[in-house]
Design a protein around this ligand. Structure first.
Ligand code: NAD
Length: 493
């Protein structure tokens, strides 16, 4: 069965610098592997600090003139980009599947979610009207939203189209020149979207792509002309990126990893809870920062756990769930299940036993896994595993469940499955994570609401999308004027 279209030839991605497609001055490249086939399907430049320098210089020139283009004119270009993404959505989704391992439907849903941010950015032309007020007799204060200049975004592998779109539509619409450093595991989607931005008419240098790894990231963070750095990825790297950027006085927001808690109480509706939990930890093969990872079973919920086990064990790899990003990750997941078993946890569904889809046996596959009866201190209950594994910890009371949630170092999402409004309200009030779900396994806020966690899931202040994203990618200039020069009024009047 043909799950994705695998191109016959290597897909070559480029850097985009000053509107030109370029290679690294070093001539180095990085290979892109497909999780479906386990083979190399593309390559991109592995950029050096010299490549970063060239991109920042071109972006700096572009930023000066782009800032002078009125918001409504900038927006028109983004409207054309939106149309182009819709026109090519199947091609983009296939690229996402090819390099990230998602099913085609998941890939397409990710692109659609990214487009919501594009549409939010397009609405700014009508919404962001600044503000002015007479603050004292004859004295008015006005705020103007201004771009920062050259800004950078560094993104992870798991949403090759969407996570960059969390950043650049707002950053560009607000008048910045944006440099993207996509994950080296999934750079081809970013290169395709860069082509579409150029085709839409974006001036050269307003959007750049610098491919590569840590060297390129550090080059961007350290460059004095890069004014803001947004990062999405694992917590240790998020912390390091934030610290490095902040140390040189840059604006920075770094979103990190997660260990999302699902609290399930006995009155939960099985028809909502069972698919809600399973879809949350198996969707995108569990490689979502909003995926369920720890289920806190409060009291007797065995009937729900039995349903979760049954549903998860029916999922077929390839059609029902996509692949894991690379071989190292499948090995990490295999070891995690083995370790849990050795620690005395009951492995009720074992992802190691799942069969790869026919014709894709060399790809990176790992099936849904349900680990029942873990102690909160165990690795499977406390570490981010980033795969289709749900660990179940059993407690007697909601207080204990909330205490576990509070103790987790991560702070992305907490969901409760219940039919009780009182329980739902209590969880919404007392949970410490940044995004709370009620009877929703993946509580991603939609535009214009903002996305962002707390604790080790976010370093910096504010959120990445929605209204908070607008604040991150701009600053407010305050202008205080006195034109009515009454004789009875002075500055302090
Ligand atoms: P990662 O941290 O390995 O890589 C993210 C980016 O950082 C990549 O572009 C990579 O090239 C770069 N990078 C890697 N190591 C670096 C280093 N030492 N110094 C500087 N840059 C470095 O993350 P990943 O494996 O690509 O993505 C998965 C992780 O991202 C998971 O932990 C997941 O929870 C998290 N994530 C978080 C969110 C969120 O919104 N909080 C969203 C998506 C993914």
């Amino acid at each position: 069965m043909n799950l994705i279209d695998v191109p016959q030839q290597l897909v070559t991605g480029h850097n985009f610098v000053g509107g030109e497609k370029t290679a690294s001055v070093t001539g180095r490249t990085l290979a892109v592997e497909s999780p479906y086939t386990g083979t190399t399907v593309g390559e991109v430049p592995r950029s050096s600090k010299e490549d970063v320098e060239a991109a920042v210089q071109a972006a700096s020139r572009a930023a000066e003139s782009w800032a002078l283009v009125p918001l409504k004119e900038r927006t028109q270009i983004l409207f054309r980009f939106r149309d182009l993404v819709y026109k090519h959505i199947d091609t983009i989704s296939n690229l996402v599947s090819l390099e990230a391992g998602k099913t085609f439907d998941e890939a397409k849903a990710g692109v659609a979610k990214g487009l919501e941010v594009v549409e939010f950015a397009l609405s700014l032309q009508n919404l962001d009207d600044g503000g002015a007020l007479e603050v004292s007799r004859g004295v008015s204060c006005e705020v103007r939203r201004e771009p920062l200049g050259v800004v950078a975004g560094i993104t992870p592998f798991n949403f090759p189209a969407m996570v960059p779109m969390w950043m650049y539509p707002c950053a560009i619409t607000l008048g910045n020149a944006f440099i993207l450093k996509p994950s080296e595991k999934v750079p081809l989607t970013a290169c395709f979207c860069a082509d579409l931005l150029l085709e839409a008419g974006l001036p050269n240098g307003v959007f750049s792509v610098i491919n590569g790894d840590r060297e390129a990231v550090e080059g961007l963070i350290d460059h004095p002309d890069v004014k803001a750095v947004a990062f999405v990825g694992s917590s240790p790297v998020a912390r390091a990126v934030y610290a490095r950027a902040a140390a040189s006085g840059k604006r920075s927001l770094s979103l990190g990893g997660a260990k999302n808690h699902l609290l399930v109480v006995p009155d939960a509706d099985p028809e909502i809870t069972i698919p809600g939990v399973v879809d949350s930890f198996t969707g995108c093969a569990g490689q979502r920062c909003m995926a369920a990872s720890l289920m806190v079973a409060v009291g007797d919920v065995d009937h729900l756990i039995d349903g979760i086990v049954e549903r998860a064990s029916q999922i077929q790899l390839g059609t029902g769930m996509g692949a894991i990003i690379d071989r190292a990750s499948t090995e990490r997941l295999t070891n995690a299940v083995q370790k849990a078993k050795e620690d005395g946890v009951k492995v009720r569904v074992d992802g190691r036993e799942a069969s790869a889809p026919a014709g894709y046996e060399n790809g990176f596959w790992f099936g849904p896994s349900v680990l029942d009866g873990a102690d909160p201190s165990m690795e499977c209950a406390s570490k981010e595993l980033f795969g289709p594994i749900i660990t179940i910890v059993r407690v007697d009371t909601l207080e204990e469940a909330l205490a576990l949630e509070k103790n987790s170092p991560y702070g992305n999402a907490t969901s409760v499955f219940t039919t009780s409004g009182t329980v739902a309200c209590r969880v919404a009030e007392e949970a410490t994570n940044g995004m709370i779900g009620v009877n929703i396994g993946v509580p991603v806020p939609r535009e214009p609401f903002s996305f962002g966690g707390t604790k080790d899931s976010r370093f910096g202040c504010g959120d990445i999308t929605g209204k908070a994203g607008v604040e991150f990618w701009s600053h407010l200039k305050k202008i205080t004027s006195k034109w009515a020069l009454q004789s009875d009024a002075n500055w302090m009047s």
